[in-house]
Design a protein around this ligand. Structure first.
Ligand code: NAD
Ligand code: MG
Length: 381
């Protein structure tokens, strides 16, 4: 058949099952998936009608390919376009997306397809979750970060003036299509930022994969599609396993919380620099990964040579690896203040993901503040 020939033309797609209590779904990873979206989604969606939510930048690059891919398989399509950037994760934009969905007279079986990075995925997912109490949802992530992180796990949501992701829902997609072709148009800096979350995966729970990263990371960030697909598959499989064990982040210690390795430091740096003011989330996490291993060594949990080894790898792929590389002064008190307010912290104590070695992360709820202060001073704050 024509479909089979189309599939044969390309590298075989990889797929990762996400297994959850209420059912599950597949994350498909590979080339030309957007072109083949109609065939792939036709099998899992209840109706051949879809509303695509995307941002202006991604619309200019990949929307037509997706529309054609859907329409050739008999889908009726409509499109909602939002402004690119974190500011679109607002109540106003969310309300406007829902308003447009209702104006289009969507039915309960009409699918919402998020085409874009984590911003579009979080926004469209939360709009899908709320509209008519839940429309079928599909993620087509187009940034490396969204392919390895935000599109898997079902967290959707928006920001308020009080903070990031404070309103939202757990809402699982019917399918995730991570098309590596879309990475070809992604700015290299965004690609590297997404790579930091991939390295994080190895550091949390897979030492062999971290070794793989040291060997192949430069290929991933320089655009080798096969290596990218492999890295995405491993990172998604890892996240899927963690999420499958702790769908709603209810385990205090070894569930989804582990995914925050490097993030307590990272969020504090992002908060100090100001969101959208030049430090990408993945860059902040990269610096946070070195600091988390530095703190682990300081507390006697791991060998002292791991943090420098990790920093060397991050440097080698062009990620910032140290606070000093950000060329600005940070106040230790302000950074620690942000850490105490981290949303994931229940009681104002300093809660970190630490490690006993590469691939051996664990959570610690009571890190002595003096150790954190000393580490930040040594880092030049
Ligand atoms: P993003 O969605 O803002 O995308 C980054 C930029 O790249 C945007 O300007 C976008 O227009 C552009 N872009 C996207 N795809 C492109 C492509 N293929 N070619 C060229 N340009 C492209 O940012 P992101 O890093 O993908 O996601 C960040 C968001 O994800 C944050 O809001 C964060 O809170 C959220 N997030 C959510 C989860 C979750 O579990 N839901 C996890 C991690 C992060
Ligand atoms: Mg992150």
């Amino acid at each position: 058949t024509r479909m089979a020939e189309t599939v044969m033309d390309h590298l075989p797609a990889l797929s990762v099952p996400v297994v959850l209590a209420g059912g599950g779904y597949q994350v498909i990873i590979g080339s030309s998936l957007i072109t083949r979206a109609g065939g792939l989604l036709g099998a899992v969606l209840p109706q051949r009608r879809a509303v695509i939510v995307t941002d202006k930048t991604v619309a200019g690059l990949h929307l037509q390919t997706l529309l054609t891919g859907l329409e050739t398989a008999g889908f009726t399509t409509e499109t909602i376009v939002v402004e690119p950037g974190e500011l679109s994760k607002s109540i106003e934009t969310w309300a406007s997306v829902i308003d447009q969905l209702l104006d289009l007279a969507v039915e309960r079986r009409t699918a919402v397809i998020a085409l874009g990075g984590g911003v579009v995925g979080d926004l469209a997912g939360f709009a899908a979750a709320a509209t008519m109490r839940g429309l079928p949802f599909v993620q087509v992530p187009t940034t490396l970060l969204s392919q390895v992180d935000s599109s898997v796990g079902g967290k959707t949501g928006i920001n308020t003036r009080q903070g990031k992701n404070l309103i939202g829902a757990f809402y699982q997609p019917h399918m995730v299509l991570a098309d590596t072709d879309t990475l070809g148009t992604l700015p290299p800096r965004e690609l590297r930022a997404g790579y930091a979350e991939i390295v994080k995966t190895g550091l949390i729970g897979d030492a062999a994969f971290y070794d793989w990263c040291e060997e192949n990371g430069s290929g991933v960030v320089s655009g080798n599609r096969a290596l990218q697909a492999q890295a995405i598959q491993v990172a998604c499989a890892f996240k899927a396993r963690v999420v499958g064990d702790d769908e709603r982040e209810e385990k205090p210690n070894d569930g989804r919380a582990l995914l925050n390795l490097g993030h307590t430091f990272g969020h504090a740096l992002e908060a100090e620099v100001g969101y959208g003011a030049g430090l990408l989330h993945g860059e902040a996490v990269a610096i946070g990964l070195g600091l988390a291993f530095g703190l682990s060594a300081k507390l006697g949990h791991c060998a002292p040579d791991l943090a420098p080894r990790i920093r060397r790898h991050l440097d080698s792929v062009g990620l910032p690896s140290e606070i000093a590389m950000l060329n600005r002064r940070f106040s230790v008190e302000k950074l620690v203040g942000h850490m105490r307010k981290d949303k994931k912290m229940r009681d104002g104590a300093l809660h970190f993901v630490l490690a006993r070695g590469i691939g051996q992360a664990f959570t610690s709820r009571d890190v002595p503040p003096e150790a954190v202060v000393e580490l930040l001073r040594e880092a030049g704050c």
